[in-house]
Write a protein that binds this ligand. Sequence first.
Ligand code: IPM
Ligand code: MG
Length: 356
Amino acid sequence: MNKTIAIIKGDGIGPEIVTEAMGILDAVAAKFGHTFTYVDAPMGGNAIDKFGVPLPDSSLATCRNADSVLLGAVGGPKWDNQPAANRPERGLLKLREGMGLYTNVRPAKMFSELSAACPLRADIAANGIDFIVVRELIGGVYFGEHRTEEANGEQKATDIMAYSEHEIKRVARVAFETARKRRKRVTSIDKANVLDTSRLWRKTVTEVAKDYPDVELRHMYVDNAAMQLVRDPSQFDVIVTENLFGDILSDEASQITGSIGMIPSSSMGDGTNGLYEPIHGSAPDIAGQDKANPIGTILAAAMMLRYSFDMAAEANAIERAVDKTLRSGFRCGDIMQENCQLVGCKAMGAEIRSRI
Ligand code: IPM
Ligand code: MG
């Protein structure tokens, strides 16, 4: 197959980790007889420096026209003083919206080789951590009106959180479909004791659930969910929640696995074109030092093959190569353990490549 992949290297460690992921994709292409063509799409702080905006229209067009998009990470202290409308993060939000990517999937899975890094008590971790956060990505307070004004001699700020039924329905369906391929349990998370958007969320998810009688649905308030995630994460299979709650809970979920540098994510809409990225940030403190862990981005590339290109065998080959590399004892700094061999970003990429 021939596939065109838009590449957003981004800022900080972004270029290093994306380069390693591209090396893995090339190894897969050679082994399975595919051709991957890469097109650069500048976004983030580097795009602000070069074009004055975090996501030039040409980059959005490149991403929309590609078969899929691979992203490293964007942002850094250099651009912290940009006006809100021109921060690197705005580029990411504009890209999600411009590509119609309403579903963000973030797996939280503890790698058995890395269970020592899990910050939870051993008897809690022993029950296993293996769930998926399905986060609504282009609605809610992120995309409502934002306003700061002068009122009664002081400043007043407003952010509007809004949801329509169709926005809830489409992401709920993805959650139920995902659960069908797993342990068939969906936990819908909201704040229905306080928020109207949450009451509509709960009612709509309950309606969608009627089409999935084989999947068990339960509702949970977000404050309780934050607590249950550290008390007993093994109770979760698929979590579905709105944009802001999903942002917060998915960070918590990744942290309890002990391997935030290893977790990929996918963002998709109605088509097969998706955006794939590691969930960690741009880590400017170690940028350019060959210290970053490329595994999150490499596993994001595997997700791309599976979900956007329907290449399951190829995705498995990458995931197996990562497993074997870890079992052989190679570690980057963030996941270093006793009796393991510390390697940099390039060497980790090379080790995984050699096992494809
Ligand atoms: C994430 C990030 C983004 C978000 C930021 C960078 C805008 O935290 O992908 O979770 O809040 O969605
Ligand atoms: Mg976040």
